[in-house]
Write a new protein. Sequence first.
Length: 298
Amino acid sequence: MYAKLKFAISMAIFGSVGLFSEKTGLHSIELVFVRCLCASILLGTIWGVSTLKTQQPKKVSFPRKEYLLALLCGVFLIVNWVFFFRSLEVMPITVAVSIYHIAPVIVLLLGSVIFKEKITKMGLVFFFICFVGTLLVGGIHQHTTMTEFLSTGVLWAFAAAFFYALTSITGKGIQMLSPLLTTVIQTSLGILLLIPLVDWSNFMHLTIENWFYILVTGFIHTGFVFYLFFSSLRELRAQTIAILVFVDPVIAILLDVTILNYRPDVYQFLGIFLVFVGISYSPNKEINSEKPKFIRSN
């Protein structure tokens, strides 16, 4: 029960990241850089302390492949974050989050190509439902041409979902490294990758309120939440996780509607419903063991 509560809390906090990101005053590159920096400090400290407490007489070594996969997974994770926060800059949270959460469906499609996993006819039906839903929630009915529709920022959200899927698939190959150490490696890599791209002038005119939201997004939404997430993940059945992950988009949409006063039209409501129907199928394909093997990436 305690593990379920921690996981549900982590999902609820994840769901508020879009609202907080809008109040940071930073663009996607700078915001992801801060997230990586704060998470590396907090999670690195937690990992170091836990390692000292549980230090074994014999040093444990990990295959080089594990570290290489962690680094590759880290690249996908950082790109995913940048695209996701970029989508939040140019489109409503409800739209961006709904599109972003089709990632599990993309995992199924990529899995069929990479791992030769068979997709059932029912799986294709749910994929089509999810695809139609993303078009509606993205507002395709509000535009006269496909070019106009794509210019709304929907491609950023699709790209974020795609790299979210790549992060999940790559993460499946990491079997021995602890999730906490893996995340520290990835966020530290993010710092190195993003430093050359950061526009430091964007930090010069921030208010105290901006810094409050920046630090909360970095230490709470990234560092603390990842700690809650990973400390509860291995104690839960995959079926429980498949249900609780819906807390994230539900909270995000509720905050967008109640606080930011976003009002989806009838077609977008239908699209949100179809997306939820579509992604409700895909996690069930993974429910074949007590220990789930996927990575949360926002």
